[in-house]
Design a protein around this ligand. Sequence first.
Ligand SMILES: [Zn+2]
Length: 205
Amino acid sequence: MFHAVNCRYPECGKLALFVPGKTFDFCLFHTPEAERETVVSAILSYIMTTETIIGVNAGGLKFSGMDLSGKRFYGCSFQHCRWENVKAEEIRSRMSMFDFTSFTDCTFERSNIRFVSFGCGIFKRVLFTGSDLVYNNFCGVQGSQSSFNDCDLYNSRFIRAGLFHTTFINSNILNVDFTGLNQNGVVFKQTNTKGAHGLVEEKRR
Ligand SMILES: [Zn+2]
């Protein structure tokens, strides 16, 4: 499903950037300085003008002040990206990778996101409120002032995550794995905490 062409830089090992219809030779890091702006704007404009986005590799790019609401992302890679002030409400995503990506002031409200990895991501003031988030990987994420309220998180994993002032109100966390969670000010109100794994009551200081 992923478009797998390796970066041509010797021994890089990363995948080359990709959007359908355009072949790039390198990952973002190894894209020659003189071409970088053109390559980045080609990828961003493809994403902005396409409703169903399949197989794109936008690893390392910065997304700022964009409205991606309603878009569909299948088999895409957005690893090591920065998303800032991005509105992505009611999106749909399957089998995509957002590992090591930081999200600041973003909203994914009422989205449908399954089999997606956010491993080791950073969430600052990110709202997933009212979303279907079944079978996702949030292992190792650092989240603060974020909302998973009214979400279905069935079978997702937050192993060794750090969550601070983040809320799970009226959500389904059946089979969600919170083993090793580092938490401070996390609210699980009207949420089926007994069905989750590895969740220990927060230590009050
Ligand atoms: Zn490379």
